[in-house]
Design a binder for this molecule. Structure first.
Ligand SMILES: [Zn+2]
Ligand SMILES: [Zn+2]
Length: 165
């Protein structure tokens, strides 16, 4: 598990301890979460699980927001027990007042890692959808290569638009 992640968890606990003037029992942390969730807090077991893939791809945001989000669940559970809703007023107050962060429920990290940028090109065919060229082909065009439309025989020209697919 990365040191930065452990340090950030600890920092979140310490910030909450200064604010509430009490001591929080530290969680057991695992770094083996798979799938679409960035992090999970198991409140009654006092465990945190983080997603290594989403961590690597979104490190700064992950450390700042995801870690605080999950630690805030454990902190509010230790303060209030399960009388409260997971993302209710108490949790929101920890996020906003203690951590000075927006109280966001869900992460917005891109989860589909196979998405690649394609570059849209046009020919002269009136009805045809633009051609989606790969980054590799786009780079070749920039070096002077020409691609032709098989129907109209026109050289494909870049449209200034990119898409992810
Ligand atoms: Zn949550
Ligand atoms: Zn054409």
């Amino acid at each position: 598990m990365p040191d930065l992640l452990k340090q950030r968890v600890e920092a979140c606990y310490q910030t909450a301890e200064r604010h509430f003037n009490c001591v929080f029992k530290r969680a057991e942390i695992s770094f083996q979460l798979r799938g679409q969730k960035a992090g999970v807090a198991h409140i009654s077991e006092n465990r945190l699980r983080f997603n290594p893939v989403l961590y690597k791809e979104n490190r700064e945001h992950f450390l700042l927001h995801t870690v605080a989000h999950e630690v805030a669940h454990l902190v509010t559970y230790q303060l209030y027990g399960n009388r409260i809703r997971a993302h209710g007023a108490e949790w929101q107050a920890v996020m906003q007042t203690v951590y000075k962060l927006p109280a966001q429920r869900c992460h917005t990290y891109a989860v589909n890692r196979t998405a690649k940028t394609h570059y849209l090109y046009r020919c002269h065919c009136p009805e045809r959808e633009p051609f989606a060229l790969s980054a590799q082909r786009h780079a070749r065009v920039n070096k002077g290569m020409h691609y032709l439309c098989k129907a109209c025989r026109a050289t494909l020209t870049y449209t200034n638009k990119n898409i992810k697919r």
